[in-house]
Design a protein around this ligand. Sequence first.
Ligand code: CUK
Ligand code: CUA
Length: 654
Amino acid sequence: MKVIDRKFKMTAPGIGVLFTLMAGVVLQGCGGGEGSQKSDAVDSEASSAVYVPPGQHDEYYSFLSGGFNGQVSVYGLPSGRLLKVIPVFSQFAENGYGYNEETKPMLMTSHGFVPWDDLHHPKLSRTDGLADGKFLYVNGNNTPRVAKVDLTTFETVEIMEIPNSAGNHCSPYPTNNNEYILAGTRFSVPLDLEKGGMGDASLEEYKDKFRGSISFIKTNEEDGHMELDFQVLVPGFDYDLANGGKGPSEDWVFFTTYNTERARTLKELGASQNDRDYLAAINWKLAAKYAAEGKAHEMPANYYHNTMDHGSHIAKSNVIKKVRYLLPEECPGMMYLIPAPKSPHGIDVDPTGEYMVVNGKLASSLPVFSFSKMQKAIENKDFDGEVNGIPVFKYESVLYGEVKEPGLGPLHTEFDNKGNGYSTMFVSSEVVKWNVKDLQVLDRIPVYYSPGHLMIPGGDTKEPNGKYLVAMNKITKDRYLPTGPELVHSAQLIDISGEKMRLLLDFPTLAEPHYAQAIAADKVAPNSVKFFKLGENTHPDAVKKESDVSVTRNGRTVKIKMTSIRSHFTPDNIEGVQVGDTVIFHVTNLEQDWDVPHGFAVMGANNSEALIMPGATQSLRWVPKQAGVYPFYCTDFCSALHQEMQGYVRVSPR
Ligand code: CUK
Ligand code: CUA
């Protein structure tokens, strides 16, 4: 059976060639063959290690990205229980996000209303280099955006579109005190520096006209509010992932790149001749200094910045018309290139800030670069040419060493608190533990199957926790009961507290998690909001007592301000609506108690329900097309008389 497993792993798209090349290596045991079969069995103590008794809480919150569902899912660890789905770049029928009038502006972009995106990387906000539990920043890959989730309410409260970017993939990366959230483009595109935004160019002109961008988003310490300070326009490579320094390397951030020969077509890209691509090193502090000192140029722009108001819970869109940019060739010392294995994927900096690991998915070893050697090489000008005025280091002058034969298809690495790195091997389907100092492989455990990212709570900070690791796997196959052609993706919880890794739990995930972050529950739970105070509700159409409800007509628009409280709506018998009117229901939930939302749905209304939190107001827009007497009701079972929580709207012919 194991043989069959290996076979389908190898036929994953794009891996066929690699398999042929490396088949020999696999058979020689690089893929964890023998030893892995033993760890396949979960020991009898595993269940008690993840068992959280009914009524008790998990030790960690973990935030898994949903990839192509545009959402974040919140799981408790170690139980693997799903606690919440947070819609970010999606419409969410469950609670009306993106359907109701309050949240629609969150999804506005310069391309119009874009209620979908591909969400890859959740990153917790930081204080002194450690996750502080205040906010979660996430990226939208497709229509480049960065969003912020407030961890007191678990709601998306801010979304900023990123201009001059295409495929916002190496994003977001918060520096150690959230001075900046950095967001790097994946695709380079032709930029029109005069008129702003994307220009027109033939792919033949790729080398000269295409550029990438790295956005420096400033955040406000109080409320995490984002503001695009400036961008660095970088050479037209493709940029993949970002990770930042700590301690000695705190001022630096690193980006993996591919297609550095700047091929024009996918065919050329696939056949790209360079043996090496680059790890780009950017001194973000120096960049900020250059920008502050007036080195930045300005160009026209057109991007949306959407924010949710605290009091009214109404989102507003702000369109911003210009952006500042730096050119690396004008900013000496700001950017360097380190030769790295061809088409590298993840870049990860260890907790000491000295070692930068490049996960070269096609490479047979894992290169580890040294930050102090890089500093020396800068001092000694130990360069090997340049690209667009950006110095390129000699490989050997910055290399600390290589982890030999770690496995096949290394994608991502995180660290524990004992000086070890853990890397995912996509092709050989395993997690490999190695020592950062001596670069020896210490242990390997098979995962099912083909892991992308892995996550250790705090594993990308200076103080990782050494207890758990979560592998997020791309292929599920036979791990659960079959559900037709589409299977859930799967995460696996691994105990890393001992010398040997130990598989504890499989749990299904929503859509495709790429990265995840986790934080101790006591950093988030005490601040969780239980309900919104009615007295602080500043929604202009809120009604705070039943006697204030109203139905008012203004031309063809009918505004219905109503309330909900166990177990009735006021008014619950609405007249005066005509066919073709635009009807807006503003429903205020008068409850002042934890966990008593009321829902609201009208027959035939083609948007969604509303799910109104205690003390809040939500608005649904409806244009009835036929005369009739339309029932409405509460959709969330709220009391013994929930079923009776209903009413009618009469729609008369015009
Ligand atoms: S990426 Cu998906 S497995 Cu978008 Cu961070 Cu590596
Ligand atoms: Cu209110 Cu059910």
